[in-house]
Design a protein around this ligand. Structure first.
Ligand code: GDP
Ligand code: MG
Length: 748
């Protein structure tokens, strides 16, 4: 038996799906479109029905890919029953979809969800009355509390065993006559669910008109003499209006709202603070900074001030402070992977090429990427919590209020928030934007929202900074990249709006869901899906890339092993490009070309940036290891900081490093994201423009970062110099009574 789960977005479909199928869920794509298709089995019923989670939709119209996917599934695959999940707290809007599902010749069961919220508010809903009005079973459930879900499946199984003919809530209305005549035409043509098709063709539904041109002609004749009143022949509007009127008259009266006091609901109270006009954005920034602190800080809650230097010295406690949870798991995993690395290195013969391949190439590269899993996990965990609780929807609202003048609307911000995870689904999600100009603009901004694969880069640098310059807190380094990305996105959006992608920002209307306590199980499932993706990438595309990079950085053009990686193919090629990056700082110096290589290889996948660094630090790290490192410092950190020698002891390395990070944040995203963007632009010209735009933005911003940073460093040093001269002068003046002597000189 096959049951389809259909309902509005945010009605609790995913929650119900997880409650029903547990961990048996299987995620795939709908053929031809990238929308998640999930199916699983409900094991607690003897029938073991398969449950298919359809994309969240408001109607069965052909306007969004989600709607088309759901509709095609229902019409073509004909599940044995539809479980229509209805958010009882938004009854009228949710029943709009229900009235359309009713028209199919498929058994439908309504799952009246969020009953726990209703009860908490002391609202009452009369399920029996609704059941009678709709003519199908209605089961009250709470997906979150897993309440009554087995009764729901029982009802669905029972309904699936009987046949059902579709019925239309409009059959008693003035439209009834036309509907039944057109239905007869479909019946004669032998089409399944004739009533559904009839109503759609009367609505002038594009898909239907194309599929049944002859019936459409006959329907037009029947419609010709109808009085459509204020709708002036707009049958789609007329039918939508009729549906809502029926819902208001017949169905929504089953909900009795309790008398509310004048007080605000809890959500409203929280929103008074979190979405405050002025404080909204600072609060968002503080929350993000807090999340980064928990993930990256080596001085948790700044407790370091209470500990004397050298109080602790192991993985859990840092050298002189307590590590944050993210760093603790990082250290533990790092100890484990180092142990594996050392064991493997010990077992391999020295001085043969494959030892170097395995050690420096595969282990150096892949482990460098894998070792950041703990931090990615912790960060994603918090991002998932923020999303599930409903806070991210507020952020879209706050951003819309502040930045829509700049062309960045809240609606565009939602797909961009997804880009914090991965740009590919983010780009896909721009399909929810109806305005073509806004869609293009949003895709242009996609790389600026730092994705999960870029996180290892920030984590590696943050670690390196923290070890060399203890004054630079790791979480601030990471935070600065996220903020830089958002700031550049706002500026770029404004620029694009004024130049190549003009067009107004359409209004943003969204309902803010009430705050929910995130459900641990849901959050963990989210997290696992993201991590799985990351680990699989490390094992496939990144492992493959490291082998190729290892080979290119160890072999000359005549395929001989080289002593100095600078003479390898990669070395020579990137020296050719090197000069381009010298103005940005990180191209300078004897290690500069390695950063150029890392940037270029990052086009495959952003994790490869760090993998490449791992390979280089594995190869050259040993000497540096003894010279420059105290115990416990990773070769990666040493490698990153070896650019430090570039401009003498002036600490120019810091601006150069930030320029490198800025460039990698803003420039062309990975291959997969570029491919997704090409698919969405549907036009090579726009892709070309986007790539040029990304490279130019990255270059200009990185240039500015490097030179502003450098001027700052230089001015600090100059300042110290001036102070020294000044104090020296005063001291000399006092010491040798110079002023008196000068005065005397003038008197003469
Ligand atoms: P979907 O978009 O339809 O997949 O909706 P989700 O399953 O993601 O649920 C949206 C939000 O509603 C989540 O924060 C859920 O935790 C919450 N939610 C879902 N079902 C219930 C329920 O029965 N009661 C309560 N209180 N919250 C629920
Ligand atoms: Mg969902």
């Amino acid at each position: 038996m096959k049951f389809a789960l259909a309902g509005n977005p945010n009605s609790g479909k995913t929650t119900l799906f997880n409650a029903l199928t547990g961990s048996t869920a299987h995620v795939g794509n709908w053929p031809g479109v990238t929308i998640d298709k999930r199916s699983g089995v409900y094991k607690k019923h003897a029938e073991k029905p398969e449950i298919i989670d359809l994309p969240g939709i408001y109607s069965l119209s052909p306007y969004s890919p989600e709607e088309i996917v759901s509709r095609n599934f229902l019409v073509d695959e004909r599940p044995d029953a539809i479980i229509n999940i209805v958010d009882a707290t938004n009854l009228e809007r949710n029943l709009y979809l229900t009235t359309q599902l009713l028209e199919l010749d498929i058994p439908v069961v309504v799952a009246l969800n969020m009953i726990d919220v209703l009860e908490k508010n002391n609202d009452e809903i009369d399920a029996a009355k609704l059941e009678k009005a709709l003519g199908i079973p209605v089961v009250k459930i709470s997906a979150l509390k897993n309440m009554n879900t087995s009764a729901l499946v029982d009802a669905a199984v029972k309904s699936a065993k009987a046949n059902r003919k579709g019925n239309c809530v409009l059959s008693q209305s003035p439209l009834g006559g036309v509907i039944s005549s057109v239905t007869e035409l479909f019946k004669k043509a032998g089409v399944a669910s004739p009533l559904f098709h009839a109503v759609k063709i009367i609505e002038n539904d594009e898909l239907e008109l194309a599929a049944h041109p002859d019936i459409s002609q006959k329907a037009d004749e029947l419609k010709k003499n109808m009085d459509t009143g204020i709708f002036e022949g707009d049958f789609e509007g007329l039918i939508a209006d009729a549906r809502y009127k029926r819902i208001a008259a017949e169905f929504s009266s089953v909900l009795k709202k309790a008398q509310r006091g004048a007080g605000l609901s809890k959500s409203d109270k929280i929103d008074k603070i979190l979405t405050h006009k002025i404080w909204g954005i600072p609060i968002f920034l503080v929350i993000m900074l807090g999340v980064f602190h928990i993930t990256f800080s080596e001085d948790f809650l700044f407790l370091g001030i209470f500990f004397k230097e050298g109080s602790f010295e192991n993985a859990i406690f840092g050298t002189d402070a307590i590590n944050s949870p993210g760093i603790i798991i990082f250290n533990l995993l790092d100890a484990f992977t180092s142990w594996i690395g050392e064991s493997v290195a010990g077992a391999l013969p020295e001085g043969v090429w494959y030892s170097s391949l395995i050690n420096d190439g595969l282990l150096g590269g892949v482990f460098a990427v894998l070792s950041f899993i703990p931090q990615i996990m912790v960060l994603f965990l918090f991002l998932s919590i923020l999303e599930d609780s409903g806070y991210m929807a507020r952020v879209a609202f706050i951003m819309d209020r502040a930045f829509r003048r700049f062309g960045l609307s809240g609606k565009a911000f939602m797909p961009l928030v997804m880009c914090f995870g991965c740009g590919v689904p983010g780009v896909m999600a721009t399909r929810t934007l109806e305005n073509e100009q806004e869609r293009r603009r949003t895709i242009f901004l996609m790389p600026f929202f730092s994705c999960g694969a870029k996180l290892p880069i920030w984590a590696a640098f943050a670690g390196a900074f923290a070890f060399k310059y203890s004054s630079l807190n790791a979480e601030f380094v990471v935070f600065s990249m996220y903020v830089l990305g958002i700031a550049v996105a706002i500026a770029a959006s404004f620029l694009l709006k004024k130049t190549i992608i003009k067009g107004e920002t359409p209004p943003f209307i969204m309902e803010l869901p009430a705050y929910h306590t995130p459900q641990i199980k849901n959050t963990l499932i989210h997290l696992w899906e993201k991590l799985k993706h990351y680990v699989i990438r490390a094992g496939t595309i990144i492992a493959g890339a490291t082998v190729v990079i290892w080979a290119l950085s160890n072999l000359s053009f005549s395929f001989r092993m080289v002593e100095d990686s600078g003479d390898s193919m990669l070395g020579l090629i990137s020296r050719f490009f090197n000069w381009i990056f010298i103005p940005l700082g990180f191209g300078m110096g004897e290690n500069g070309w390695k950063f150029v290589v890392a940037t270029l290889t990052g086009l495959i996948a952003k994790e490869v940036v760090v993998a490449t660094m791992g390979i280089f630090s594995g190869m050259d790290g040993d000497a540096a290891l003894e010279a420059d490192m105290s115990e416990g410092d990773s070769p990666l950190a040493v490698m990153l900081l070896s650019v430090g020698g570039v401009l003498g002891g002036l600490d120019i390395a810091i601006p150069a490093m930030f320029a490198f990070m800025a460039f990698n944040l803003l420039s062309v995203p990975c291959m997969a994201a570029v491919a997704a963007a090409r698919g969405e632009f549907r036009n090579g010209k726009w892709l070309f423009k986007a790539i040029a735009f990304w490279v130019a933005t990255a270059y200009i911003v990185a240039l500015a970062v490097f030179w502003i940073g450098t001027l700052f460093v230089i001015s600090v040093w100059l300042g110290i110099l001036v102070l020294l001269v000044l104090f020296g002068g005063i001291f000399a003046a006092a010491r040798f009574k110079l002023i008196g002597k000068i005065k005397a000189l003038f008197k003469k």
